[in-house]
Design a protein around this ligand. Structure first.
Ligand SMILES: Cc1cc2nc3c(=O)[nH]c(=O)nc-3n(C[C@H](O)[C@H](O)[C@H](O)COP(=O)(O)OP(=O)(O)OC[C@H]3O[C@@H](n4cnc5c(N)ncnc54)[C@H](O)[C@@H]3O)c2cc1C
Length: 456
């Protein structure tokens, strides 16, 4: 049998089952869109793409791919930096499954929906959603891996708001997590490793009004602002979400971008946000009453598609002077203007979710450090990758074990082994139950070998 034969058989079978206008090869119209992901450095090109419209069609694709011996991957929003939605076999692209409906305090979102789709559907009901900071990111990829966002202090992680899901398992069965609490547990933080999530039931939160935006501090004040922020966090209310980026802004140069968002009682917004403004001398601020939709739209503009990226991550318990020193030196040694360091806060409601309620590994307050080595498509990667590795290494003495799974690379074994804390053995068991052949590859989860190599 030639190498092309299994693919030809699969393409023929899928076309018969789903229609020939839903199966694409290189050169077909939608192929380019479906194989295009946010990180332009991802070079994997699928042999086949299929766009199912229903649970049953997803199940058919999963089953047929295995019958033909063709590897598969699942594409949601295409924003995983490591490009895990693409493989060189069959990509099941959920682009046609983006519908979102809202009833009462719950949204039902298709497996391919973007965070922005869910926010847009919830807004007319005066409800908010626990999303990340960008609307373009896939809601399933974000949620299954955790989902840090601007409202996390009052809503918890995106994963904490996943109430249920419909899932196509590796054996082709379409199941509901209502009948399988262990599957729901694994999906809430364990990534898309257990099946194709075709729809999610998501808890919404009443929109009491948000205030937030972007504030630029001069680079010379970066260390002072971060030190002040560490003090501020000690007594800050749940409603204060705060993200930082050590970045380079055109026409301004290196600076510290802060993104404060207040999601608590509206009458306390001004006082809480004033405290952030007083941490330094802002060069510019867009902080104002806003909506989640507008907030995400501001971010969407700042995360261009197609640049080349490497990413490393560390988690630190708090911003100590030593850590601030490491971060400042690292930012000043950046190899180019696209390289930056982000800091995301984990606090409030997210820390109060029961430690064993979800597969997410760390429930104490912390900061996620996101070391992003972004560069133009024609710039060599070496200096950027070396820089990201060096920053990660410099942070190691201060960091907690593990790291945020959605940001971990597939080869960061030691961090992967510790990323789920005490939940790792339970996740390994879930993988064995739901996907014993390992046909789904998503956010990295450990296997038994890795846990033995890097014991807790
Ligand atoms: C610009 C940008 C901003 C970001 N902001 C944040 C943020 O604020 N907070 C945060 O926590 N993270 C953030 N992330 C990280 C992001 O949450 C993860 O990369 C997430 O996995 C992206 O999901 P996706 O569906 O867009 O990506 P994809 O690349 O399509 O998918 C990611 C992984 O999930 C799997 N997957 C996707 N959909 C499904 C499904 N329905 N069923 C089963 N498996 C599925 C894929 O197979 C793949 O392995 C950001 C990433 C980018 C690039």
């Amino acid at each position: 049998m030639s190498a092309a034969q299994p693919l030809d058989n699969l393409a023929r079978g899928l076309a018969q089952r789903l229609g020939s206008d839903r199966v694409f090869r290189q050169g077909d119209g939608p192929y380019a869109d479906a194989s295009n992901v946010w990180n332009g450095a991802v070079a994997v090109r699928p042999a086949l793409v299929v766009r199912p419209h229903s649970d049953e069609e997803v199940a058919a694709a999963v089953t047929m791919a295995q019958q033909c011996g063709v590897g598969l991957s699942v594409r949601g929003g295409g924003h995983d930096w490591a490009g895990r939605s693409l493989c060189d076999g069959l990509v099941i692209d959920l682009e046609a499954m983006r519908e979102v409906s809202v009833v009462g305090g719950t949204a039902v979102a298709g497996g391919g929906s973007r965070a922005g789709d869910v926010v847009a559907a919830a807004a007319p009901h005066r409800m908010n959603v626990a999303t990340g900071t960008a609307g373009v990111v896939g809601m399933a990829g974000l949620t299954l891996g955790g989902g840090y966002g601007p409202l996390l202090g009052t809503t918890g992680l995106a994963a904490d708001n996943l109430l249920g899901a419909r899932v196509v398992r590796a054996d082709g069965q379409v199941v509901s997590t209502d009948d399988d609490p262990e599957l729901l547990w694994a999906l809430r933080g364990g990534g898309g490793n257990f099946g194709v999530v075709t729809s999610m039931r998501i808890r919404l939160h009443p929109d009491r009004g948000l205030t937030g935006g972007m504030v630029l501090f001069p680079w010379e004040e970066a260390a002072t602002v971060l030190a002040g922020c560490a003090e501020l966090f000690a007594g800050a209310p749940d409603g204060l979400g705060l993200l930082f980026e050590m970045t380079v802004v055109p026409d301004v140069g290196p600076c510290l971008l802060a993104v404060p968002v207040w999601s608590g009682e509206p009458h306390r917004a001004e006082a809480a946000l004033d405290e952030v403004m007083r941490l330094g001398t802002p060069l510019m601020s867009t902080v104002a009453p806003t909506t989640l939709k507008d907030l995400l739209a501001q971010f969407d503009q700042s995360v261009p598609h197609g640049m080349h990226w490497d990413l490393r991550t560390r988690t630190v318990p708090a911003l100590t002077p030593d850590i601030i020193g490491v971060l400042k030196d690292a930012a000043e040694a950046r190899p180019g203007p696209g390289a930056g360091i982000g800091l995301r806060r984990f606090h409030g409601a997210a820390t109060r979710v029961g430690a064993d309620d979800t597969a997410f590994g760390l429930r104490t307050a912390h900061m996620v450090v996101e070391i992003s080595a972004g560069r133009g498509p024609h710039e060599p990667s070496g200096a950027y990758r070396d820089w990201a590795d060096a920053v990660s290494t410099a942070l190691t003495p201060y960091a907690l074990p593990g790291g945020y799974p959605n940001f971990l690379a597939p080869d960061q074994d030691e961090q992967i082994a510790h990323a789920y804390g005490t939940h790792a053995p339970r996740l390994v068991a879930a993988k064995r139950t739901y996907d014993p052949q390992g046909i789904f590859t998503a956010t990295p989860i450990p296997n038994r070998e890795l846990l033995e190599t890097y014991p807790a």
